[in-house]
Design a protein around this ligand. Structure first.
Ligand code: ADP
Length: 593
Protein backbone atom coordinates (compact mmCIF):
# COMPACT_ATOMS: atom_id res chain seq x y z
CA UNK A 1 0.00 0.00 0.00
CA UNK A 2 2.81 2.36 0.99
CA UNK A 3 4.83 1.32 -2.04
CA UNK A 4 1.83 2.00 -4.24
CA UNK A 5 1.40 5.43 -2.71
CA UNK A 6 5.06 6.18 -3.36
CA UNK A 7 4.78 5.13 -7.00
CA UNK A 8 1.66 7.22 -7.41
CA UNK A 9 3.39 10.17 -5.86
CA UNK A 10 6.30 9.67 -8.23
CA UNK A 11 3.91 9.74 -11.16
CA UNK A 12 2.26 12.89 -9.82
CA UNK A 13 5.62 14.51 -9.38
CA UNK A 14 6.72 13.62 -12.89
CA UNK A 15 3.72 15.48 -14.25
CA UNK A 16 4.85 18.60 -12.45
CA UNK A 17 8.58 18.30 -13.01
CA UNK A 18 10.55 20.47 -15.30
CA UNK A 19 13.06 18.02 -16.71
CA UNK A 20 16.78 17.70 -16.43
CA UNK A 21 19.48 19.67 -18.14
CA UNK A 22 23.17 19.08 -18.54
CA UNK A 23 25.41 22.00 -17.68
CA UNK A 24 28.70 20.73 -19.13
CA UNK A 25 28.97 17.82 -21.47
CA UNK A 26 31.96 15.56 -21.41
CA UNK A 27 33.40 12.22 -22.35
CA UNK A 28 31.22 9.18 -22.49
CA UNK A 29 32.20 5.88 -20.87
CA UNK A 30 30.20 2.78 -21.78
CA UNK A 31 27.23 4.87 -22.93
CA UNK A 32 27.26 6.94 -19.76
CA UNK A 33 28.06 10.59 -20.34
CA UNK A 34 30.29 12.50 -17.97
CA UNK A 35 28.90 15.84 -16.92
CA UNK A 36 27.04 17.95 -14.42
CA UNK A 37 23.28 17.53 -14.57
CA UNK A 38 20.55 19.57 -12.92
CA UNK A 39 16.89 18.83 -12.38
CA UNK A 40 14.01 20.70 -10.79
CA UNK A 41 11.17 18.78 -9.18
CA UNK A 42 8.16 19.65 -7.08
CA UNK A 43 8.78 19.12 -3.37
CA UNK A 44 6.46 19.38 -0.40
CA UNK A 45 6.46 23.19 -0.18
CA UNK A 46 7.93 24.30 -3.51
CA UNK A 47 10.39 23.28 -6.22
CA UNK A 48 13.65 21.53 -5.35
CA UNK A 49 16.69 21.85 -7.61
CA UNK A 50 19.37 19.16 -7.65
CA UNK A 51 22.78 18.83 -9.20
CA UNK A 52 24.41 15.50 -10.00
CA UNK A 53 27.96 15.01 -11.29
CA UNK A 54 28.81 11.92 -13.29
CA UNK A 55 32.36 10.80 -14.06
CA UNK A 56 33.71 7.52 -15.47
CA UNK A 57 30.31 5.78 -15.15
CA UNK A 58 30.14 6.76 -11.47
CA UNK A 59 27.86 9.08 -9.56
CA UNK A 60 30.57 11.45 -8.42
CA UNK A 61 28.36 13.78 -6.37
CA UNK A 62 24.71 14.64 -5.80
CA UNK A 63 23.31 17.57 -3.93
CA UNK A 64 20.28 19.79 -3.52
CA UNK A 65 21.22 23.29 -4.64
CA UNK A 66 17.95 25.09 -3.97
CA UNK A 67 14.82 24.31 -1.96
CA UNK A 68 12.17 25.75 0.37
CA UNK A 69 11.28 22.58 2.29
CA UNK A 70 10.49 22.92 6.01
CA UNK A 71 13.82 23.24 7.83
CA UNK A 72 14.88 20.40 10.13
CA UNK A 73 11.89 18.27 9.13
CA UNK A 74 13.32 17.82 5.63
CA UNK A 75 17.03 17.73 6.53
CA UNK A 76 17.33 13.98 6.08
CA UNK A 77 15.72 14.12 2.64
CA UNK A 78 17.75 17.10 1.50
CA UNK A 79 21.17 16.02 2.83
CA UNK A 80 21.18 12.30 3.52
CA UNK A 81 19.42 10.92 0.45
CA UNK A 82 21.84 12.44 -2.09
CA UNK A 83 24.76 11.30 0.12
CA UNK A 84 23.38 7.75 0.26
CA UNK A 85 22.94 7.63 -3.52
CA UNK A 86 26.61 8.53 -3.95
CA UNK A 87 27.77 6.20 -1.17
CA UNK A 88 25.85 3.19 -2.48
CA UNK A 89 25.92 4.10 -6.21
CA UNK A 90 22.31 3.03 -6.27
CA UNK A 91 18.75 4.33 -6.30
CA UNK A 92 17.47 1.63 -3.96
CA UNK A 93 17.22 4.16 -1.15
CA UNK A 94 14.40 4.25 1.40
CA UNK A 95 12.43 7.44 1.81
CA UNK A 96 12.71 9.13 5.17
CA UNK A 97 9.64 8.77 7.33
CA UNK A 98 8.09 12.10 8.20
CA UNK A 99 9.62 13.57 5.04
CA UNK A 100 8.25 11.20 2.41
CA UNK A 101 7.24 13.82 -0.14
CA UNK A 102 10.60 15.64 0.06
CA UNK A 103 12.50 12.31 -0.09
CA UNK A 104 10.54 11.09 -3.10
CA UNK A 105 11.10 14.40 -4.87
CA UNK A 106 14.86 14.34 -4.21
CA UNK A 107 15.12 10.77 -5.46
CA UNK A 108 13.14 11.66 -8.56
CA UNK A 109 15.39 14.63 -9.31
CA UNK A 110 18.49 12.45 -9.04
CA UNK A 111 16.81 9.84 -11.22
CA UNK A 112 16.10 12.47 -13.89
CA UNK A 113 19.75 13.45 -13.97
CA UNK A 114 20.97 9.86 -14.10
CA UNK A 115 18.51 9.06 -16.90
CA UNK A 116 19.92 11.96 -18.88
CA UNK A 117 23.45 10.67 -18.27
CA UNK A 118 22.47 7.30 -19.73
CA UNK A 119 22.28 5.09 -16.63
CA UNK A 120 19.83 2.20 -16.52
CA UNK A 121 17.45 3.33 -13.80
CA UNK A 122 16.06 -0.19 -13.38
CA UNK A 123 19.55 -1.47 -12.60
CA UNK A 124 20.18 1.34 -10.13
CA UNK A 125 16.86 0.67 -8.39
CA UNK A 126 17.47 -3.07 -8.25
CA UNK A 127 20.95 -2.70 -6.83
CA UNK A 128 20.71 -2.69 -3.07
CA UNK A 129 23.67 -0.54 -2.19
CA UNK A 130 26.29 -2.27 -0.20
CA UNK A 131 26.72 -0.37 2.99
CA UNK A 132 29.82 -1.62 4.73
CA UNK A 133 29.11 -2.85 8.24
CA UNK A 134 30.83 -0.48 10.60
CA UNK A 135 33.07 -1.71 13.40
CA UNK A 136 31.64 -2.37 16.84
CA UNK A 137 32.72 0.35 19.22
CA UNK A 138 32.70 1.57 22.80
CA UNK A 139 32.07 5.14 23.88
CA UNK A 140 32.45 6.63 27.37
CA UNK A 141 30.41 9.60 28.49
CA UNK A 142 29.07 11.37 31.57
CA UNK A 143 25.46 11.52 30.40
CA UNK A 144 23.80 9.32 27.80
CA UNK A 145 20.41 10.43 26.52
CA UNK A 146 18.12 8.02 24.68
CA UNK A 147 15.95 9.88 22.16
CA UNK A 148 16.49 13.17 20.36
CA UNK A 149 12.98 14.60 20.72
CA UNK A 150 12.15 17.67 22.77
CA UNK A 151 12.72 16.07 26.18
CA UNK A 152 15.97 14.36 25.14
CA UNK A 153 17.55 17.42 23.59
CA UNK A 154 16.44 19.71 26.44
CA UNK A 155 18.11 17.24 28.82
CA UNK A 156 21.21 16.95 26.63
CA UNK A 157 21.72 20.69 26.21
CA UNK A 158 21.13 21.33 29.92
CA UNK A 159 23.56 18.60 31.00
CA UNK A 160 26.16 20.05 28.65
CA UNK A 161 25.55 23.55 29.99
CA UNK A 162 26.24 22.08 33.43
CA UNK A 163 29.61 20.84 32.21
CA UNK A 164 28.89 17.20 31.38
CA UNK A 165 30.05 15.28 28.35
CA UNK A 166 26.83 14.20 26.61
CA UNK A 167 26.00 11.61 23.97
CA UNK A 168 22.47 11.32 22.53
CA UNK A 169 21.34 8.24 20.63
CA UNK A 170 18.41 8.56 18.23
CA UNK A 171 17.05 5.55 16.39
CA UNK A 172 15.51 7.51 13.51
CA UNK A 173 17.53 9.21 10.74
CA UNK A 174 16.59 12.61 12.10
CA UNK A 175 16.04 14.42 15.36
CA UNK A 176 12.62 15.69 16.42
CA UNK A 177 10.42 12.71 17.32
CA UNK A 178 6.82 13.70 17.87
CA UNK A 179 7.87 17.07 19.18
CA UNK A 180 8.73 18.35 15.73
CA UNK A 181 5.26 17.39 14.45
CA UNK A 182 3.46 19.22 17.25
CA UNK A 183 1.53 22.39 16.50
CA UNK A 184 4.05 24.15 18.74
CA UNK A 185 1.73 25.30 21.54
CA UNK A 186 3.53 25.56 24.88
CA UNK A 187 1.49 26.43 27.97
CA UNK A 188 3.20 28.75 30.42
CA UNK A 189 2.10 31.60 32.63
CA UNK A 190 4.35 34.61 33.05
CA UNK A 191 2.67 35.92 36.19
CA UNK A 192 2.18 39.64 36.29
CA UNK A 193 2.89 40.02 32.55
CA UNK A 194 0.50 41.95 30.30
CA UNK A 195 -0.44 38.71 28.53
CA UNK A 196 -1.34 36.94 31.78
CA UNK A 197 -3.33 39.98 32.92
CA UNK A 198 -5.15 40.24 29.59
CA UNK A 199 -6.21 36.60 29.78
CA UNK A 200 -6.80 36.66 33.57
CA UNK A 201 -4.36 33.79 33.94
CA UNK A 202 -2.27 32.60 36.85
CA UNK A 203 0.07 29.71 37.67
CA UNK A 204 -2.55 28.57 40.17
CA UNK A 205 -5.21 28.37 37.45
CA UNK A 206 -2.77 26.45 35.25
CA UNK A 207 -2.23 24.02 38.16
CA UNK A 208 -5.94 23.65 38.84
CA UNK A 209 -6.87 23.04 35.21
CA UNK A 210 -4.02 20.57 34.68
CA UNK A 211 -4.72 18.59 37.84
CA UNK A 212 -8.51 18.62 37.54
CA UNK A 213 -8.35 18.19 33.75
CA UNK A 214 -6.59 14.88 34.43
CA UNK A 215 -9.32 13.87 36.92
CA UNK A 216 -6.85 14.37 39.79
CA UNK A 217 -4.96 11.26 38.72
CA UNK A 218 -1.65 13.07 38.23
CA UNK A 219 0.87 13.47 41.06
CA UNK A 220 0.21 17.00 42.38
CA UNK A 221 3.89 17.41 43.26
CA UNK A 222 4.89 16.83 39.63
CA UNK A 223 2.06 19.04 38.37
CA UNK A 224 3.35 21.88 40.61
CA UNK A 225 6.82 21.49 39.14
CA UNK A 226 5.38 21.59 35.64
CA UNK A 227 3.37 24.78 36.08
CA UNK A 228 5.91 26.57 38.29
CA UNK A 229 8.75 26.05 35.81
CA UNK A 230 6.93 26.36 32.50
CA UNK A 231 7.69 30.02 31.95
CA UNK A 232 11.35 29.67 32.91
CA UNK A 233 11.52 26.92 30.26
CA UNK A 234 10.44 29.50 27.68
CA UNK A 235 13.01 31.97 29.00
CA UNK A 236 15.70 29.29 28.69
CA UNK A 237 14.66 28.58 25.09
CA UNK A 238 14.70 32.29 24.31
CA UNK A 239 18.19 32.57 25.76
CA UNK A 240 19.22 29.80 23.38
CA UNK A 241 17.88 31.91 20.51
CA UNK A 242 14.36 30.55 20.00
CA UNK A 243 11.65 33.06 19.12
CA UNK A 244 8.01 33.06 20.24
CA UNK A 245 5.06 35.13 19.07
CA UNK A 246 4.03 37.88 21.50
CA UNK A 247 0.48 36.82 22.46
CA UNK A 248 -0.82 33.51 23.79
CA UNK A 249 -3.72 31.50 22.37
CA UNK A 250 -6.01 28.59 23.28
CA UNK A 251 -4.97 25.31 21.71
CA UNK A 252 -7.39 22.40 21.18
CA UNK A 253 -8.25 21.03 24.62
CA UNK A 254 -6.03 23.62 26.29
CA UNK A 255 -8.99 25.19 28.15
CA UNK A 256 -7.35 28.63 28.42
CA UNK A 257 -5.42 31.11 26.24
CA UNK A 258 -2.01 30.34 27.75
CA UNK A 259 -0.24 28.62 24.83
CA UNK A 260 2.88 30.35 23.53
CA UNK A 261 3.51 29.81 19.85
CA UNK A 262 6.97 29.61 18.29
CA UNK A 263 7.70 31.84 15.30
CA UNK A 264 9.08 28.89 13.29
CA UNK A 265 6.55 26.42 11.85
CA UNK A 266 5.29 23.39 13.84
CA UNK A 267 7.97 22.11 16.24
CA UNK A 268 10.94 23.01 14.02
CA UNK A 269 11.96 26.05 16.08
CA UNK A 270 12.92 23.82 19.01
CA UNK A 271 15.25 21.73 16.86
CA UNK A 272 16.78 24.64 14.99
CA UNK A 273 17.62 26.00 18.43
CA UNK A 274 18.98 22.72 19.82
CA UNK A 275 20.92 21.93 16.62
CA UNK A 276 22.47 25.35 16.75
CA UNK A 277 23.62 24.73 20.32
CA UNK A 278 24.91 21.23 19.59
CA UNK A 279 26.92 22.24 16.53
CA UNK A 280 28.55 25.16 18.30
CA UNK A 281 29.52 23.41 21.53
CA UNK A 282 32.06 20.79 22.52
CA UNK A 283 31.29 17.53 24.27
CA UNK A 284 27.79 17.06 22.97
CA UNK A 285 26.91 14.85 20.04
CA UNK A 286 23.88 13.09 18.55
CA UNK A 287 24.27 9.64 16.98
CA UNK A 288 21.45 9.19 14.47
CA UNK A 289 20.12 5.78 13.39
CA UNK A 290 21.44 4.42 16.68
CA UNK A 291 18.91 2.46 18.67
CA UNK A 292 19.17 1.77 22.39
CA UNK A 293 18.55 -1.96 22.75
CA UNK A 294 19.29 -2.61 26.42
CA UNK A 295 20.46 -1.00 29.62
CA UNK A 296 23.76 -2.09 31.14
CA UNK A 297 22.93 -2.73 34.79
CA UNK A 298 25.50 -3.87 37.35
CA UNK A 299 24.39 -4.56 40.93
CA UNK A 300 21.21 -2.59 40.43
CA UNK A 301 23.09 0.45 39.13
CA UNK A 302 22.60 1.66 35.57
CA UNK A 303 25.98 1.96 33.85
CA UNK A 304 25.13 2.65 30.22
CA UNK A 305 23.46 1.06 27.23
CA UNK A 306 24.02 -1.32 24.38
CA UNK A 307 22.88 0.19 21.10
CA UNK A 308 22.78 -0.93 17.51
CA UNK A 309 24.30 1.41 14.94
CA UNK A 310 23.19 2.31 11.46
CA UNK A 311 24.79 -0.75 9.89
CA UNK A 312 23.76 -3.15 12.65
CA UNK A 313 27.06 -2.76 14.46
CA UNK A 314 27.12 -2.93 18.24
CA UNK A 315 27.78 0.26 20.15
CA UNK A 316 28.49 -0.02 23.85
CA UNK A 317 28.07 3.26 25.65
CA UNK A 318 29.39 3.45 29.20
CA UNK A 319 27.75 6.35 30.99
CA UNK A 320 27.69 7.68 34.52
CA UNK A 321 24.01 8.48 34.03
CA UNK A 322 21.34 7.48 31.54
CA UNK A 323 18.28 9.57 30.66
CA UNK A 324 15.41 7.82 28.92
CA UNK A 325 13.56 10.27 26.66
CA UNK A 326 12.10 7.94 24.06
CA UNK A 327 8.59 9.40 23.85
CA UNK A 328 5.32 7.52 23.99
CA UNK A 329 3.80 4.35 22.53
CA UNK A 330 0.94 5.63 20.37
CA UNK A 331 2.36 3.76 17.35
CA UNK A 332 2.65 0.46 19.19
CA UNK A 333 -0.77 -1.09 18.67
CA UNK A 334 0.00 -4.14 20.78
CA UNK A 335 1.06 -2.02 23.76
CA UNK A 336 -1.90 0.31 23.24
CA UNK A 337 -4.31 -2.63 23.31
CA UNK A 338 -2.58 -4.22 26.30
CA UNK A 339 -2.89 -1.18 28.56
CA UNK A 340 -5.93 0.73 27.28
CA UNK A 341 -8.97 0.74 29.51
CA UNK A 342 -10.46 4.16 28.72
CA UNK A 343 -11.57 3.43 25.16
CA UNK A 344 -13.54 0.64 23.64
CA UNK A 345 -10.86 -0.38 21.17
CA UNK A 346 -7.55 1.14 20.12
CA UNK A 347 -6.73 -1.39 17.42
CA UNK A 348 -5.57 -0.72 13.89
CA UNK A 349 -8.77 1.08 12.90
CA UNK A 350 -7.80 4.07 14.97
CA UNK A 351 -4.83 5.85 13.48
CA UNK A 352 -2.33 8.05 15.28
CA UNK A 353 -0.85 11.53 14.97
CA UNK A 354 2.55 10.14 15.97
CA UNK A 355 5.82 9.58 14.14
CA UNK A 356 6.72 5.91 13.46
CA UNK A 357 9.35 5.82 16.23
CA UNK A 358 6.77 6.22 19.01
CA UNK A 359 6.81 2.52 19.91
CA UNK A 360 7.32 2.60 23.66
CA UNK A 361 10.95 1.39 23.66
CA UNK A 362 11.61 3.36 26.84
CA UNK A 363 8.99 1.35 28.71
CA UNK A 364 10.73 -1.88 27.74
CA UNK A 365 14.13 -0.42 28.67
CA UNK A 366 12.85 0.84 32.02
CA UNK A 367 11.34 -2.55 32.85
CA UNK A 368 14.82 -4.06 32.47
CA UNK A 369 15.75 -2.02 35.54
CA UNK A 370 12.52 -2.99 37.35
CA UNK A 371 11.03 0.49 36.85
CA UNK A 372 7.54 1.11 38.10
CA UNK A 373 4.91 2.17 35.57
CA UNK A 374 2.07 4.58 36.27
CA UNK A 375 -1.11 5.45 34.38
CA UNK A 376 -0.37 3.21 31.40
CA UNK A 377 -4.10 2.88 30.72
CA UNK A 378 -4.52 6.62 30.14
CA UNK A 379 -4.23 7.09 26.40
CA UNK A 380 -5.24 10.36 24.82
CA UNK A 381 -7.18 10.63 21.59
CA UNK A 382 -7.85 13.84 19.68
CA UNK A 383 -11.01 14.51 17.71
CA UNK A 384 -8.85 16.17 15.02
CA UNK A 385 -7.07 13.47 13.01
CA UNK A 386 -6.70 13.47 9.26
CA UNK A 387 -9.23 10.88 8.00
CA UNK A 388 -6.62 9.12 5.84
CA UNK A 389 -3.47 9.23 7.96
CA UNK A 390 -4.58 10.17 11.49
CA UNK A 391 -2.03 12.99 11.50
CA UNK A 392 -2.65 16.51 12.72
CA UNK A 393 -1.89 18.00 9.32
CA UNK A 394 -4.83 19.38 7.41
CA UNK A 395 -6.43 20.73 10.59
CA UNK A 396 -7.70 24.20 9.67
CA UNK A 397 -8.60 25.47 13.16
CA UNK A 398 -6.46 28.41 14.24
CA UNK A 399 -7.72 28.97 17.80
CA UNK A 400 -10.39 27.22 19.83
CA UNK A 401 -12.50 30.37 20.30
CA UNK A 402 -13.23 30.81 16.61
CA UNK A 403 -14.33 27.48 15.24
CA UNK A 404 -17.19 25.05 15.71
CA UNK A 405 -17.59 21.36 14.99
CA UNK A 406 -20.60 19.92 13.21
CA UNK A 407 -21.45 16.31 12.52
CA UNK A 408 -22.46 14.88 9.15
CA UNK A 409 -25.96 16.24 9.61
CA UNK A 410 -24.51 19.72 10.07
CA UNK A 411 -25.38 19.85 13.78
CA UNK A 412 -23.12 20.84 16.67
CA UNK A 413 -22.74 18.10 19.25
CA UNK A 414 -20.23 19.15 21.95
CA UNK A 415 -18.59 22.10 23.72
CA UNK A 416 -15.67 22.64 21.31
CA UNK A 417 -13.65 24.22 24.11
CA UNK A 418 -13.88 21.10 26.29
CA UNK A 419 -11.25 18.58 27.32
CA UNK A 420 -9.83 16.37 24.62
CA UNK A 421 -11.28 13.17 26.08
CA UNK A 422 -14.73 14.74 26.34
CA UNK A 423 -14.70 15.97 22.72
CA UNK A 424 -13.37 12.66 21.36
CA UNK A 425 -15.91 10.59 23.30
CA UNK A 426 -18.70 12.80 21.92
CA UNK A 427 -17.32 12.46 18.39
CA UNK A 428 -17.37 8.69 18.68
CA UNK A 429 -21.16 8.92 19.14
CA UNK A 430 -21.62 10.73 15.79
CA UNK A 431 -22.21 9.17 12.40
CA UNK A 432 -19.00 7.54 11.10
CA UNK A 433 -17.16 9.17 14.04
CA UNK A 434 -16.46 12.12 11.75
CA UNK A 435 -16.78 15.87 12.24
CA UNK A 436 -16.43 18.97 10.12
CA UNK A 437 -14.46 21.81 11.63
CA UNK A 438 -15.93 25.10 10.43
CA UNK A 439 -14.02 28.41 10.26
CA UNK A 440 -14.47 31.66 8.39
CA UNK A 441 -12.37 34.25 6.58
CA UNK A 442 -11.38 36.06 9.76
CA UNK A 443 -8.83 33.25 10.12
CA UNK A 444 -7.92 33.09 6.45
CA UNK A 445 -8.49 36.48 4.80
CA UNK A 446 -7.17 35.33 1.41
CA UNK A 447 -6.78 31.56 1.71
CA UNK A 448 -3.05 31.97 1.12
CA UNK A 449 -2.40 31.92 4.88
CA UNK A 450 -0.99 28.76 6.49
CA UNK A 451 -2.65 26.76 9.27
CA UNK A 452 -0.85 25.73 12.48
CA UNK A 453 0.82 22.94 10.52
CA UNK A 454 2.43 25.18 7.90
CA UNK A 455 -0.03 24.24 5.13
CA UNK A 456 -1.65 26.84 2.89
CA UNK A 457 -5.42 26.68 3.06
CA UNK A 458 -5.71 27.05 -0.72
CA UNK A 459 -3.41 24.03 -1.18
CA UNK A 460 -5.56 21.96 1.19
CA UNK A 461 -8.60 22.94 -0.87
CA UNK A 462 -6.86 21.94 -4.11
CA UNK A 463 -5.98 18.58 -2.57
CA UNK A 464 -9.59 18.01 -1.48
CA UNK A 465 -8.61 18.13 2.21
CA UNK A 466 -10.53 21.34 2.92
CA UNK A 467 -13.65 22.85 1.37
CA UNK A 468 -14.79 26.38 0.64
CA UNK A 469 -18.18 28.05 0.23
CA UNK A 470 -18.86 31.73 -0.36
CA UNK A 471 -21.95 31.37 1.81
CA UNK A 472 -22.84 28.80 4.46
CA UNK A 473 -25.30 27.31 1.99
CA UNK A 474 -22.52 26.87 -0.57
CA UNK A 475 -20.29 25.30 2.06
CA UNK A 476 -23.07 22.92 3.14
CA UNK A 477 -23.43 21.87 -0.48
CA UNK A 478 -19.68 21.37 -0.88
CA UNK A 479 -19.47 19.08 2.16
CA UNK A 480 -22.85 17.48 1.66
CA UNK A 481 -24.50 18.42 4.95
CA UNK A 482 -28.00 19.75 5.52
CA UNK A 483 -27.77 23.56 4.86
CA UNK A 484 -30.56 24.41 7.26
CA UNK A 485 -28.78 22.61 10.09
CA UNK A 486 -25.44 24.24 9.29
CA UNK A 487 -27.00 27.72 9.22
CA UNK A 488 -28.77 27.05 12.51
CA UNK A 489 -25.57 25.77 14.13
CA UNK A 490 -23.64 28.90 13.14
CA UNK A 491 -26.50 31.25 14.05
CA UNK A 492 -26.88 29.83 17.53
CA UNK A 493 -23.10 29.95 18.04
CA UNK A 494 -23.09 33.61 16.97
CA UNK A 495 -25.92 34.41 19.39
CA UNK A 496 -23.86 32.86 22.16
CA UNK A 497 -20.83 34.95 21.10
CA UNK A 498 -22.99 38.10 21.21
CA UNK A 499 -24.01 37.15 24.75
CA UNK A 500 -27.69 36.71 23.84
CA UNK A 501 -27.93 33.08 24.92
CA UNK A 502 -26.09 30.50 26.99
CA UNK A 503 -24.38 27.92 24.83
CA UNK A 504 -26.47 24.74 24.64
CA UNK A 505 -23.35 22.59 25.17
CA UNK A 506 -21.95 24.72 27.98
CA UNK A 507 -19.23 26.30 25.86
CA UNK A 508 -17.54 29.32 27.43
CA UNK A 509 -14.61 30.06 25.09
CA UNK A 510 -15.53 32.65 22.48
CA UNK A 511 -14.03 35.61 20.70
CA UNK A 512 -15.90 36.64 17.55
CA UNK A 513 -18.77 35.48 15.38
CA UNK A 514 -18.42 33.15 12.42
CA UNK A 515 -19.91 35.48 9.85
CA UNK A 516 -17.34 36.43 7.25
CA UNK A 517 -17.43 34.49 3.98
CA UNK A 518 -15.97 32.60 2.36
CA UNK A 519 -16.43 29.83 4.91
CA UNK A 520 -14.23 26.75 5.20
CA UNK A 521 -14.58 23.16 6.43
CA UNK A 522 -12.31 20.16 6.94
CA UNK A 523 -13.19 16.59 7.88
CA UNK A 524 -11.60 15.11 11.03
CA UNK A 525 -11.67 11.81 12.92
CA UNK A 526 -10.54 10.42 16.32
CA UNK A 527 -6.82 9.68 16.43
CA UNK A 528 -4.42 8.38 19.10
CA UNK A 529 -2.23 11.27 20.20
CA UNK A 530 -0.47 10.90 23.52
CA UNK A 531 0.21 8.21 26.07
CA UNK A 532 -0.04 9.83 29.49
CA UNK A 533 1.32 6.83 31.38
CA UNK A 534 4.87 5.57 31.59
CA UNK A 535 7.93 5.33 33.82
CA UNK A 536 7.37 6.53 37.35
CA UNK A 537 9.64 9.44 38.27
CA UNK A 538 10.13 11.66 41.32
CA UNK A 539 10.62 15.45 41.44
CA UNK A 540 14.27 15.01 40.38
CA UNK A 541 13.25 13.06 37.25
CA UNK A 542 14.85 9.96 38.79
CA UNK A 543 13.17 6.70 37.79
CA UNK A 544 11.47 4.84 40.65
CA UNK A 545 11.42 1.06 40.84
CA UNK A 546 8.57 -1.27 41.78
CA UNK A 547 9.64 -1.15 45.45
CA UNK A 548 9.46 2.61 45.55
CA UNK A 549 13.24 3.14 45.47
CA UNK A 550 15.25 5.38 43.16
CA UNK A 551 17.05 3.43 40.43
CA UNK A 552 20.56 4.78 40.74
CA UNK A 553 21.80 6.81 37.77
CA UNK A 554 18.63 6.37 35.73
CA UNK A 555 16.49 9.39 34.79
CA UNK A 556 13.52 9.86 32.49
CA UNK A 557 11.71 12.83 30.96
CA UNK A 558 8.96 13.56 28.48
CA UNK A 559 6.18 11.39 27.15
CA UNK A 560 7.90 8.19 28.31
CA UNK A 561 7.12 9.17 31.91
CA UNK A 562 3.78 8.84 33.67
CA UNK A 563 2.07 10.50 36.60
CA UNK A 564 1.96 14.10 35.43
CA UNK A 565 -1.10 14.52 33.25
CA UNK A 566 -3.34 11.96 34.91
CA UNK A 567 -6.21 10.68 32.84
CA UNK A 568 -6.30 13.52 30.32
CA UNK A 569 -3.56 15.92 29.25
CA UNK A 570 -4.37 19.57 28.55
CA UNK A 571 -3.45 20.70 25.05
CA UNK A 572 -0.20 22.68 25.20
CA UNK A 573 1.07 20.92 28.33
CA UNK A 574 3.22 18.33 26.51
CA UNK A 575 5.76 20.83 25.25
CA UNK A 576 5.87 22.43 28.69
CA UNK A 577 6.38 18.99 30.27
CA UNK A 578 9.22 17.90 27.99
CA UNK A 579 11.24 21.08 28.38
CA UNK A 580 10.66 21.42 32.14
CA UNK A 581 11.41 17.79 33.01
CA UNK A 582 14.08 17.45 30.30
CA UNK A 583 15.98 20.28 31.97
CA UNK A 584 15.53 18.77 35.43
CA UNK A 585 16.78 15.37 34.23
CA UNK A 586 19.73 16.97 32.42
CA UNK A 587 20.73 19.09 35.40
CA UNK A 588 20.53 16.27 37.93
CA UNK A 589 22.24 13.74 35.67
CA UNK A 590 25.13 16.16 35.09
CA UNK A 591 25.53 16.63 38.85
CA UNK A 592 25.42 12.91 39.73
CA UNK A 593 29.07 11.90 39.49
P1 ADP B 1 9.26 13.66 23.84
O1 ADP B 1 8.12 14.55 23.43
O2 ADP B 1 9.05 12.98 25.11
O3 ADP B 1 10.57 14.35 23.71
P2 ADP B 1 9.52 12.58 21.17
O4 ADP B 1 8.61 11.65 20.50
O5 ADP B 1 9.55 13.99 20.70
O6 ADP B 1 9.24 12.49 22.74
O7 ADP B 1 11.01 12.05 21.05
C1 ADP B 1 11.39 10.75 21.40
C2 ADP B 1 12.54 10.33 20.50
O8 ADP B 1 13.11 9.11 20.98
C3 ADP B 1 12.11 10.06 19.07
O9 ADP B 1 12.89 10.81 18.19
C4 ADP B 1 12.33 8.56 18.91
O10 ADP B 1 12.67 8.17 17.61
C5 ADP B 1 13.46 8.29 19.88
N1 ADP B 1 13.57 6.89 20.30
C6 ADP B 1 12.54 6.06 20.65
N2 ADP B 1 13.03 4.84 20.99
C7 ADP B 1 14.38 4.89 20.86
C8 ADP B 1 15.45 3.95 21.05
N3 ADP B 1 15.21 2.69 21.42
N4 ADP B 1 16.72 4.37 20.80
C9 ADP B 1 16.96 5.64 20.39
N5 ADP B 1 16.01 6.55 20.18
C10 ADP B 1 14.73 6.20 20.42
Amino acid sequence: MKKFATVLLGVMLIIGFSGCSQKESGESTGGIKNGTYTSTVKGNNAEITLEVQVKDSKIESAKVTNHSETPVLSDGAINDIPAQVVETQSLAIDTISGATVSSTAVLLGIENCLTEAGFSIDDLKAKKGEIKKEEDKTIDTDVLVIGAGGAGLSAAVTANQEGAKVVVVEKMPKVGGNTILAGGALNAVDEGSETAKKHKDSVELHFKQTYEGGNKKGDPKLVRILVNNAYSAIKWLKDLGMEFKPDTFTVLGGLWPRAHKPVEPVGTGFFKTFNNYITTHENIEVLLETKAEELIITDGVVKGIIASGKTGNKITINAKNVIIATGGFSKNIEMRQKYNTLWENLGENIKSTNHPGATGDGITLGLQANADLVGMEYIQLLPMGDPKTGSLSGNIEMAVENRIFVNKEGKRFVDEGARRDVMTAALMQQQDSQLWVIVDSHDYPTGEEVNNFNEKLNDLIKEGRAFKGDSLNDLAKAINVNPENLNKAVESFNKFVRGEIKDEFGRTLKDREINKGPFYAALRVPTVHHTMGGLKINENAEVIDKNGNVINHLYAAGEVTGGIHGENRLGGNALADIIVFGRIAGKNAAANK
